[in-house]
Design a protein around this ligand. Structure first.
Ligand code: HEC
Ligand code: HEC
Length: 380
């Protein structure tokens, strides 16, 4: 019916009004939404593209009727710990209504609003998520994804959805995970095709089942890998903040975040990046990029908005396990011998976020690094 209405409108050629009314009726979206091909897939021969698309559709369905079909012979009993196939259809409905404008039909972060947003909406397809409670490099668990949907990411366009019914949040999380599985599978088999197969050769079916069980394992493990603080949190006080300030200057945080915690050190500064990107490639200074190909400036803590949440435990996790896909490193190893320092850093970071005045803070200075030996090894 819709298609006919739309056709009539265009026949009448009441151009502006027609388009307006047509889009009100939903005609602007007359085409069924489809998953878009990744660049990795586009680079392959038609034979391989067709095969991979077919398998992806078999496993995951389409954006209106998504499904999760477990490949034959794969034992994935524990699958439901991560994703429940019965919930993905409702999850897709929620996603296509509330999230698609930013994250895109395919979860590639390319929704209609994406060109105007900074930082960019997350592309789920490489399976990397930032605000996790799991070790560096691991997948998030369901609680992490649920938290980000409920609370949003302050200081970015990722909204909080505090009033969405529990089932909607639960099911949209299933669907986000499905999109991530799908994206990672697509990418990984496309890479295998490129590396191990002749362009016109079809992939053996085990390539798909192997890849999906590898991806599945990482998600499943994450459900049991939540990181708890090594020591209990001390009382938030001027003493812990001062100790944190000291560590901030001596443990390398200020190298990226700057001594003033503004994240303005030259090699990660946003304006600097813009300036550099305007220059021809050969004349550019080194810029750090994140796993999504975007410039990745260190956070400005004085802006008062922590993307990953401002509960002490949130900040603890960012420091302890780092932020996946960005230059923010994990400090669990470096601070293993002095675990309480992590809490001090948390308290210092929070004091900056809250703009809390602490007597004596300005007197703490960065340690003097002697560079006389000329042998960097001896400075540890
Ligand atoms: C107005 C745009 C917008 C909308 C609408 C939106 N998001 Fe986001 N989302 C973002 C941005 C931007 C980020 C990246 C934040 C960052 O990198 O710090 C993000 C990040 C995420 C992440 C990744 C978190 C992580 O740990 O890396 C998830 C998951 C997510 N969004 C899920 C959703 C879901 C589910 C919905 C709908 C219920 C939704 N988003 C709606 C903009 C949006
Ligand atoms: C190599 C550079 C680098 C170093 C060293 C570094 N950071 Fe970061 N940090 C970053 C980047 C980049 C981000 C932004 C990540 C993102 O895109 O969300 C960040 C983000 C953060 C955030 C904000 C998280 C949020 O929720 O928005 C905190 C807090 C933080 N860093 C604290 C520290 C502390 C404390 C140290 C030292 C123990 C430290 N950083 C060392 C690069 C660095």
């Amino acid at each position: 019916m819709r298609a006919i209405d739309c056709a009539t409108f265009s026949l009448k050629r009441v151009a502006l009004m027609g388009t307006l009314v047509a889009s009100l009726l939903g005609c602007a979206r007359q085409a069924e939404p489809v998953f878009v091909m990744s660049d990795d897939l586009k680079a392959l021969s038609e034979t391989q593209q067709r095969q991979i698309k077919e398998v992806l559709t078999k496993f995951f369905g389409n954006p209106i009727n998504p499904r999760l079909v477990i490949p034959e012979g794969e034992d994935m009993d524990a699958l439901v710990d991560v994703i429940d196939p019965d919930r993905v259809k409702h999850g897709a409905a929620v996603f296509n209504r509330r999230c698609v404008g930013c994250h895109g039909i395919t979860g590639d972060g390319n929704g209609e609003a994406a060109p105007y947003l900074q930082p960019k909406p997350r592309d789920y397809r490489n399976g990397i998520f930032k605000f996790t409670s799991t070790p560096y490099g691991a997948k998030p668990n369901r609680a992490d994804l649920t938290r980000v949907v409920r609370r949003g990411a302050k200081g970015t366009s990722m909204p909080a959805f505090p009033f969405l019914p529990d089932e909607d949040v639960r099911d949209v999380v299933d669907y986000v995970i499905l999109l991530s599985y799908r994206g990672e599978l697509e990418r990984s088999v496309a890479q295998i095709a490129q590396l191990d197969y002749d362009p016109d050769e079809e992939l053996d079916s085990f390539e798909f089942t192997d890849a999906i069980s590898r991806i599945h394992d990482t998600w499943q493990q994450a459900e049991y890998q939540g990181v708890l603080p090594v020591t209990a949190q001390p009382k938030y006080s001027d003493e812990t903040i001062l100790a944190g300030r000291k560590a901030f200057l001596s443990r390398g945080c200020s190298k990226c975040h700057g001594e003033d915690a503004r994240g303005q050190t030259i090699w990660l500064n946003r304006e600097f990046i813009a300036e550099q990107e305007a220059k021809p490639e050969a004349e550019r200074e080194k810029i750090n990029y994140d796993a999504w190909g975007q410039p990745a400036p260190a956070a400005d803590l004085t802006a008062g908005m922590l993307h990953g949440g401002r509960r002490p435990i949130d900040v603890y996790r960012r420091i302890y396990t780092g932020i996946n896909g960005t230059p923010m490193p994990a400090f669990n190893q470096a601070l293993a011998a002095e675990p309480e320092t992590i809490w001090h850093l948390v308290h210092y970071a929070l004091s900056v976020v809250e703009d809390r005045h602490v007597e004596g803070l300005d007197e703490i200075t960065a340690p003097v690094v002697s560079d006389q030996s000329g042998d960097p090894e001896s400075e540890n």
